[in-house]
Design a protein around this ligand. Structure first.
Ligand code: ADP
Ligand code: MG
Length: 359
Protein backbone atom coordinates (compact mmCIF):
# COMPACT_ATOMS: atom_id res chain seq x y z
CA UNK A 1 0.00 0.00 0.00
CA UNK A 2 1.19 3.51 -0.60
CA UNK A 3 0.53 7.18 -0.20
CA UNK A 4 0.09 8.53 -3.70
CA UNK A 5 1.11 12.06 -4.48
CA UNK A 6 0.74 14.24 -7.57
CA UNK A 7 3.26 17.05 -7.78
CA UNK A 8 2.52 19.77 -10.34
CA UNK A 9 0.98 17.27 -12.74
CA UNK A 10 -0.37 18.58 -16.04
CA UNK A 11 -1.38 16.65 -19.07
CA UNK A 12 -2.10 17.53 -22.70
CA UNK A 13 -2.90 14.90 -25.32
CA UNK A 14 -1.06 15.39 -28.62
CA UNK A 15 -3.02 18.07 -30.51
CA UNK A 16 -4.18 17.73 -34.12
CA UNK A 17 -1.54 19.02 -36.52
CA UNK A 18 -0.99 22.77 -36.41
CA UNK A 19 -3.05 23.28 -33.23
CA UNK A 20 -1.96 24.32 -29.77
CA UNK A 21 -2.19 21.63 -27.08
CA UNK A 22 -5.18 21.86 -24.76
CA UNK A 23 -4.57 20.67 -21.22
CA UNK A 24 -6.90 17.86 -20.17
CA UNK A 25 -5.44 18.24 -16.67
CA UNK A 26 -4.31 21.57 -15.30
CA UNK A 27 -1.83 21.74 -12.51
CA UNK A 28 -2.77 19.05 -10.01
CA UNK A 29 -1.23 18.79 -6.58
CA UNK A 30 -3.03 16.11 -4.70
CA UNK A 31 -2.34 13.51 -2.06
CA UNK A 32 -4.22 10.24 -1.83
CA UNK A 33 -3.64 9.02 1.69
CA UNK A 34 -2.86 5.36 2.17
CA UNK A 35 -6.05 3.44 2.85
CA UNK A 36 -8.45 6.23 1.94
CA UNK A 37 -11.80 5.78 0.21
CA UNK A 38 -11.97 8.52 -2.39
CA UNK A 39 -14.52 9.43 -4.99
CA UNK A 40 -13.42 11.41 -7.98
CA UNK A 41 -16.49 13.34 -9.04
CA UNK A 42 -17.04 15.53 -12.07
CA UNK A 43 -18.92 15.82 -15.34
CA UNK A 44 -18.02 13.91 -18.46
CA UNK A 45 -14.84 15.22 -20.09
CA UNK A 46 -13.38 16.90 -16.99
CA UNK A 47 -10.32 14.63 -16.88
CA UNK A 48 -11.24 11.81 -14.48
CA UNK A 49 -10.08 8.94 -16.67
CA UNK A 50 -6.93 10.83 -17.61
CA UNK A 51 -6.10 11.22 -13.93
CA UNK A 52 -6.71 7.53 -13.16
CA UNK A 53 -4.59 6.44 -16.10
CA UNK A 54 -1.76 8.62 -14.82
CA UNK A 55 -1.95 6.91 -11.41
CA UNK A 56 -1.89 3.44 -12.93
CA UNK A 57 0.82 4.30 -15.45
CA UNK A 58 -1.24 3.74 -18.59
CA UNK A 59 -0.43 7.37 -19.33
CA UNK A 60 2.69 9.42 -18.61
CA UNK A 61 1.82 13.03 -17.78
CA UNK A 62 3.30 15.76 -19.96
CA UNK A 63 4.55 17.56 -16.84
CA UNK A 64 5.04 16.86 -13.15
CA UNK A 65 5.74 13.86 -10.97
CA UNK A 66 3.88 10.97 -9.39
CA UNK A 67 5.22 9.66 -6.09
CA UNK A 68 4.30 6.47 -4.26
CA UNK A 69 5.45 6.74 -0.63
CA UNK A 70 7.84 9.49 -1.63
CA UNK A 71 9.45 7.50 -4.45
CA UNK A 72 9.06 8.74 -7.96
CA UNK A 73 7.16 6.39 -10.28
CA UNK A 74 6.34 8.81 -13.12
CA UNK A 75 8.14 6.73 -15.74
CA UNK A 76 7.44 3.28 -14.28
CA UNK A 77 5.13 1.03 -16.30
CA UNK A 78 1.79 -0.17 -14.95
CA UNK A 79 3.22 -3.58 -14.11
CA UNK A 80 5.71 -2.05 -11.68
CA UNK A 81 3.15 0.02 -9.80
CA UNK A 82 0.91 -2.64 -8.20
CA UNK A 83 -2.32 -0.92 -9.10
CA UNK A 84 -5.56 -2.68 -9.90
CA UNK A 85 -7.88 -0.87 -12.28
CA UNK A 86 -11.50 -1.61 -13.13
CA UNK A 87 -12.76 0.03 -16.28
CA UNK A 88 -16.14 1.35 -17.30
CA UNK A 89 -16.86 -1.63 -19.53
CA UNK A 90 -16.11 -5.27 -18.69
CA UNK A 91 -12.67 -6.59 -19.56
CA UNK A 92 -12.89 -10.37 -19.31
CA UNK A 93 -11.45 -13.37 -21.09
CA UNK A 94 -14.55 -14.74 -22.75
CA UNK A 95 -13.22 -18.23 -23.36
CA UNK A 96 -12.05 -18.74 -19.79
CA UNK A 97 -14.27 -19.81 -16.92
CA UNK A 98 -15.32 -17.25 -14.34
CA UNK A 99 -12.98 -18.96 -11.89
CA UNK A 100 -10.00 -18.68 -14.22
CA UNK A 101 -10.78 -15.05 -14.93
CA UNK A 102 -10.74 -14.26 -11.23
CA UNK A 103 -7.65 -16.38 -10.66
CA UNK A 104 -5.73 -14.77 -13.50
CA UNK A 105 -4.18 -11.81 -11.62
CA UNK A 106 -3.10 -14.16 -8.82
CA UNK A 107 -1.67 -16.97 -10.97
CA UNK A 108 0.08 -14.32 -13.00
CA UNK A 109 2.04 -13.45 -9.89
CA UNK A 110 2.79 -17.05 -9.08
CA UNK A 111 0.48 -17.45 -6.12
CA UNK A 112 0.15 -20.93 -4.69
CA UNK A 113 -2.87 -22.70 -6.23
CA UNK A 114 -4.40 -23.47 -2.85
CA UNK A 115 -4.36 -19.81 -1.90
CA UNK A 116 -5.69 -18.90 -5.34
CA UNK A 117 -8.64 -21.19 -4.73
CA UNK A 118 -9.37 -19.66 -1.33
CA UNK A 119 -9.12 -16.11 -2.50
CA UNK A 120 -11.21 -16.63 -5.64
CA UNK A 121 -13.94 -18.32 -3.63
CA UNK A 122 -13.96 -15.48 -1.15
CA UNK A 123 -14.29 -12.82 -3.84
CA UNK A 124 -16.89 -14.85 -5.77
CA UNK A 125 -18.96 -15.17 -2.62
CA UNK A 126 -18.85 -11.45 -2.10
CA UNK A 127 -19.99 -10.69 -5.62
CA UNK A 128 -22.59 -13.46 -5.82
CA UNK A 129 -20.64 -15.29 -8.48
CA UNK A 130 -20.20 -18.60 -6.65
CA UNK A 131 -22.79 -20.44 -8.73
CA UNK A 132 -21.16 -19.24 -11.93
CA UNK A 133 -17.55 -20.12 -11.17
CA UNK A 134 -17.44 -23.04 -13.58
CA UNK A 135 -19.28 -21.26 -16.38
CA UNK A 136 -17.55 -19.65 -19.29
CA UNK A 137 -17.41 -15.89 -18.96
CA UNK A 138 -18.96 -15.51 -22.42
CA UNK A 139 -22.21 -17.00 -21.10
CA UNK A 140 -22.77 -14.23 -18.57
CA UNK A 141 -24.86 -11.07 -18.97
CA UNK A 142 -23.23 -7.62 -19.10
CA UNK A 143 -23.88 -7.28 -15.35
CA UNK A 144 -22.23 -10.61 -14.68
CA UNK A 145 -19.22 -9.76 -16.79
CA UNK A 146 -18.74 -6.48 -15.01
CA UNK A 147 -18.87 -8.33 -11.71
CA UNK A 148 -15.98 -10.45 -12.98
CA UNK A 149 -14.07 -7.27 -13.81
CA UNK A 150 -14.74 -5.96 -10.34
CA UNK A 151 -13.62 -9.28 -8.90
CA UNK A 152 -10.38 -9.16 -10.84
CA UNK A 153 -9.77 -5.69 -9.46
CA UNK A 154 -10.46 -6.80 -5.92
CA UNK A 155 -8.81 -10.22 -5.86
CA UNK A 156 -5.23 -9.16 -5.17
CA UNK A 157 -4.44 -8.09 -1.65
CA UNK A 158 -0.95 -6.77 -2.43
CA UNK A 159 -1.93 -3.68 -4.40
CA UNK A 160 -1.12 -0.03 -3.70
CA UNK A 161 -4.56 1.09 -4.76
CA UNK A 162 -7.66 -0.04 -6.60
CA UNK A 163 -9.00 2.35 -9.20
CA UNK A 164 -12.60 2.13 -10.37
CA UNK A 165 -13.52 4.07 -13.48
CA UNK A 166 -17.32 4.44 -13.44
CA UNK A 167 -17.55 0.67 -12.99
CA UNK A 168 -21.28 0.48 -12.44
CA UNK A 169 -22.35 2.19 -15.67
CA UNK A 170 -23.56 -1.04 -17.25
CA UNK A 171 -25.10 -2.46 -14.08
CA UNK A 172 -28.83 -2.26 -13.44
CA UNK A 173 -29.93 0.22 -10.75
CA UNK A 174 -30.84 -2.27 -8.03
CA UNK A 175 -27.62 -4.24 -8.31
CA UNK A 176 -25.73 -0.96 -8.53
CA UNK A 177 -26.85 -0.03 -5.06
CA UNK A 178 -25.85 -3.45 -3.71
CA UNK A 179 -22.42 -3.44 -5.31
CA UNK A 180 -21.67 0.02 -4.11
CA UNK A 181 -22.40 -0.98 -0.53
CA UNK A 182 -20.24 -4.08 -1.02
CA UNK A 183 -17.32 -2.00 -2.22
CA UNK A 184 -17.63 0.24 0.78
CA UNK A 185 -17.79 -2.77 3.09
CA UNK A 186 -14.79 -4.28 1.41
CA UNK A 187 -12.86 -1.08 1.81
CA UNK A 188 -13.53 -1.19 5.51
CA UNK A 189 -12.31 -4.78 5.69
CA UNK A 190 -9.12 -4.58 3.68
CA UNK A 191 -8.25 -0.91 4.04
CA UNK A 192 -6.59 -0.58 0.66
CA UNK A 193 -6.75 2.85 -1.03
CA UNK A 194 -9.72 3.01 -3.36
CA UNK A 195 -10.39 5.73 -5.89
CA UNK A 196 -13.84 5.54 -7.35
CA UNK A 197 -14.63 7.67 -10.39
CA UNK A 198 -18.17 8.76 -11.04
CA UNK A 199 -20.19 11.63 -12.46
CA UNK A 200 -23.03 10.79 -10.07
CA UNK A 201 -23.04 12.75 -6.82
CA UNK A 202 -25.14 10.17 -4.97
CA UNK A 203 -22.68 7.45 -5.87
CA UNK A 204 -19.75 9.61 -4.81
CA UNK A 205 -21.26 10.71 -1.54
CA UNK A 206 -22.33 7.23 -0.46
CA UNK A 207 -19.05 5.53 -1.29
CA UNK A 208 -16.42 7.98 -0.20
CA UNK A 209 -14.91 9.42 2.94
CA UNK A 210 -13.35 12.14 0.81
CA UNK A 211 -14.73 13.45 -2.45
CA UNK A 212 -12.39 15.05 -4.96
CA UNK A 213 -14.42 17.32 -7.22
CA UNK A 214 -13.03 17.98 -10.68
CA UNK A 215 -14.08 20.60 -13.19
CA UNK A 216 -12.46 21.29 -16.55
CA UNK A 217 -9.20 19.57 -15.69
CA UNK A 218 -8.84 21.13 -12.25
CA UNK A 219 -9.43 19.72 -8.78
CA UNK A 220 -11.71 22.43 -7.40
CA UNK A 221 -12.27 20.98 -3.94
CA UNK A 222 -11.48 17.97 -1.78
CA UNK A 223 -13.73 17.39 1.18
CA UNK A 224 -16.16 15.23 3.08
CA UNK A 225 -19.70 15.24 1.73
CA UNK A 226 -20.71 17.59 4.57
CA UNK A 227 -17.89 20.03 3.81
CA UNK A 228 -18.81 20.10 0.15
CA UNK A 229 -22.40 20.79 1.03
CA UNK A 230 -21.78 23.46 3.64
CA UNK A 231 -18.68 25.14 2.26
CA UNK A 232 -18.44 24.93 -1.50
CA UNK A 233 -15.17 26.64 -2.40
CA UNK A 234 -16.12 26.96 -6.05
CA UNK A 235 -19.48 27.73 -7.64
CA UNK A 236 -19.23 24.48 -9.59
CA UNK A 237 -19.17 22.46 -6.34
CA UNK A 238 -22.22 24.35 -5.11
CA UNK A 239 -24.06 23.79 -8.30
CA UNK A 240 -23.01 20.17 -8.94
CA UNK A 241 -23.57 18.89 -5.41
CA UNK A 242 -27.03 19.17 -3.95
CA UNK A 243 -30.41 18.75 -5.53
CA UNK A 244 -31.31 21.29 -6.63
CA UNK A 245 -27.83 22.81 -6.61
CA UNK A 246 -26.78 26.07 -4.98
CA UNK A 247 -28.28 29.30 -6.30
CA UNK A 248 -25.55 31.43 -7.83
CA UNK A 249 -26.75 35.01 -8.29
CA UNK A 250 -25.03 38.15 -9.55
CA UNK A 251 -24.11 40.67 -6.88
CA UNK A 252 -22.11 43.75 -6.10
CA UNK A 253 -20.43 44.69 -2.83
CA UNK A 254 -21.35 47.68 -0.69
CA UNK A 255 -19.57 48.35 2.59
CA UNK A 256 -18.29 44.77 2.69
CA UNK A 257 -21.74 43.25 2.18
CA UNK A 258 -23.18 41.68 -0.95
CA UNK A 259 -26.03 43.43 -2.75
CA UNK A 260 -28.37 41.34 -4.87
CA UNK A 261 -30.74 43.43 -6.99
CA UNK A 262 -31.37 46.29 -4.59
CA UNK A 263 -31.18 44.08 -1.55
CA UNK A 264 -28.35 44.27 0.94
CA UNK A 265 -27.56 40.76 2.23
CA UNK A 266 -26.18 39.82 5.61
CA UNK A 267 -23.16 37.51 5.74
CA UNK A 268 -21.11 36.07 8.57
CA UNK A 269 -18.24 38.52 8.32
CA UNK A 270 -17.75 41.53 6.13
CA UNK A 271 -15.62 41.38 3.07
CA UNK A 272 -12.46 43.41 3.29
CA UNK A 273 -10.53 44.81 0.40
CA UNK A 274 -11.44 45.40 -3.19
CA UNK A 275 -12.59 42.50 -5.36
CA UNK A 276 -11.83 42.46 -9.06
CA UNK A 277 -13.78 40.04 -11.23
CA UNK A 278 -17.18 38.46 -11.64
CA UNK A 279 -19.01 38.75 -8.31
CA UNK A 280 -21.72 36.33 -7.28
CA UNK A 281 -23.52 35.30 -4.17
CA UNK A 282 -24.16 31.61 -3.47
CA UNK A 283 -26.99 30.30 -1.34
CA UNK A 284 -28.28 26.75 -1.19
CA UNK A 285 -32.05 26.26 -1.68
CA UNK A 286 -32.19 24.73 1.81
CA UNK A 287 -31.10 28.05 3.35
CA UNK A 288 -33.68 30.27 1.65
CA UNK A 289 -36.82 31.00 3.66
CA UNK A 290 -39.93 33.13 3.56
CA UNK A 291 -39.84 36.20 5.82
CA UNK A 292 -41.96 39.24 6.58
CA UNK A 293 -39.24 41.45 5.28
CA UNK A 294 -36.76 40.65 2.57
CA UNK A 295 -36.37 40.14 -1.14
CA UNK A 296 -39.70 40.33 -3.00
CA UNK A 297 -40.21 37.31 -5.27
CA UNK A 298 -42.73 35.73 -7.59
CA UNK A 299 -43.58 32.09 -7.10
CA UNK A 300 -43.32 30.38 -10.47
CA UNK A 301 -43.62 26.74 -9.50
CA UNK A 302 -44.13 24.51 -6.46
CA UNK A 303 -43.09 20.87 -6.74
CA UNK A 304 -44.10 18.45 -4.02
CA UNK A 305 -41.38 15.83 -3.63
CA UNK A 306 -42.89 14.01 -0.66
CA UNK A 307 -40.99 15.01 2.42
CA UNK A 308 -40.17 18.44 1.03
CA UNK A 309 -41.17 20.91 -1.62
CA UNK A 310 -39.01 22.60 -4.21
CA UNK A 311 -40.07 26.11 -5.16
CA UNK A 312 -38.98 28.03 -8.19
CA UNK A 313 -39.00 31.75 -7.50
CA UNK A 314 -38.00 34.79 -9.50
CA UNK A 315 -36.68 38.15 -8.47
CA UNK A 316 -36.58 40.38 -11.54
CA UNK A 317 -34.83 38.21 -14.15
CA UNK A 318 -33.12 35.89 -11.66
CA UNK A 319 -34.36 32.42 -10.80
CA UNK A 320 -34.03 31.26 -7.19
CA UNK A 321 -34.69 27.73 -6.02
CA UNK A 322 -35.93 27.12 -2.52
CA UNK A 323 -36.48 23.93 -0.50
CA UNK A 324 -39.21 23.91 2.10
CA UNK A 325 -40.60 21.28 4.51
CA UNK A 326 -43.80 19.62 3.33
CA UNK A 327 -45.90 21.06 6.15
CA UNK A 328 -44.94 24.68 5.51
CA UNK A 329 -47.28 26.85 3.54
CA UNK A 330 -46.52 29.19 0.70
CA UNK A 331 -47.49 32.81 1.49
CA UNK A 332 -50.48 33.87 -0.56
CA UNK A 333 -49.54 37.49 -1.18
CA UNK A 334 -46.37 39.56 -1.49
CA UNK A 335 -43.98 36.72 -0.82
CA UNK A 336 -40.55 37.79 0.41
CA UNK A 337 -37.51 35.71 1.15
CA UNK A 338 -34.34 35.86 3.18
CA UNK A 339 -31.03 34.04 2.92
CA UNK A 340 -29.49 32.49 6.03
CA UNK A 341 -26.43 34.75 6.64
CA UNK A 342 -24.33 31.80 7.89
CA UNK A 343 -24.74 30.08 4.56
CA UNK A 344 -24.54 33.06 2.23
CA UNK A 345 -21.22 33.12 0.42
CA UNK A 346 -19.60 35.52 -1.98
CA UNK A 347 -17.72 34.22 -5.02
CA UNK A 348 -15.26 36.13 -7.15
CA UNK A 349 -14.55 34.57 -10.54
CA UNK A 350 -16.17 31.38 -9.21
CA UNK A 351 -13.91 31.00 -6.14
CA UNK A 352 -15.25 31.65 -2.65
CA UNK A 353 -14.07 34.93 -1.19
CA UNK A 354 -14.13 34.41 2.57
CA UNK A 355 -10.84 32.55 2.89
CA UNK A 356 -8.94 34.88 0.62
CA UNK A 357 -10.13 38.22 1.95
CA UNK A 358 -11.64 37.73 5.39
CA UNK A 359 -9.54 37.30 8.47
P1 ADP B 1 -13.65 12.01 -18.13
O1 ADP B 1 -13.13 10.67 -17.78
O2 ADP B 1 -13.81 12.93 -16.93
O3 ADP B 1 -14.91 11.96 -18.93
P2 ADP B 1 -11.29 12.20 -19.84
O4 ADP B 1 -10.12 12.11 -18.93
O5 ADP B 1 -11.67 11.00 -20.61
O6 ADP B 1 -12.56 12.78 -19.04
O7 ADP B 1 -11.05 13.38 -20.89
C1 ADP B 1 -10.56 14.66 -20.52
C2 ADP B 1 -10.35 15.47 -21.81
O8 ADP B 1 -9.28 14.91 -22.57
C3 ADP B 1 -11.55 15.54 -22.72
O9 ADP B 1 -11.60 16.82 -23.29
C4 ADP B 1 -11.25 14.48 -23.77
O10 ADP B 1 -11.85 14.81 -25.00
C5 ADP B 1 -9.73 14.55 -23.87
N1 ADP B 1 -9.15 13.22 -24.21
C6 ADP B 1 -9.31 12.08 -23.52
N2 ADP B 1 -8.62 11.06 -24.08
C7 ADP B 1 -8.00 11.58 -25.15
C8 ADP B 1 -7.12 11.06 -26.16
N3 ADP B 1 -6.73 9.78 -26.13
N4 ADP B 1 -6.68 11.91 -27.14
C9 ADP B 1 -7.06 13.20 -27.14
N5 ADP B 1 -7.87 13.76 -26.25
C10 ADP B 1 -8.34 12.98 -25.25
MG1 MG C 1 -13.92 8.77 -18.15
Amino acid sequence: MARIRFRDVRHAYPPPKGQEPVYALNEINQVWEDGGAYALLGPSGCGKTTLLNIISGLLTPSEGEILFDGKEVTDLPTSARQIAQVFQFPVVYDTMSVFDNLAFPLRNRGMDEKLVQQRVEQIAEMLDLTDNLKKRASGLTADGKQKISLGRGLVRSDVNAILFDEPLTVIDPHLKWQLRSKLKELHQQVGVTMIYVTHDQVEALTFAEKVVVMYEGTVVQVGTPVELFNHPRHTFVGYFIGSPGMNVLPCSIDGGQPVFGKNLLNIESRIKGQLQGKLEVGIRPEFVEFADDGIPVRIEKVEDLGRYQVLTLTHEAEIIKMVMAEDQTVPSENPKIQFDPHHTKVYCDDWVVEEAVNE
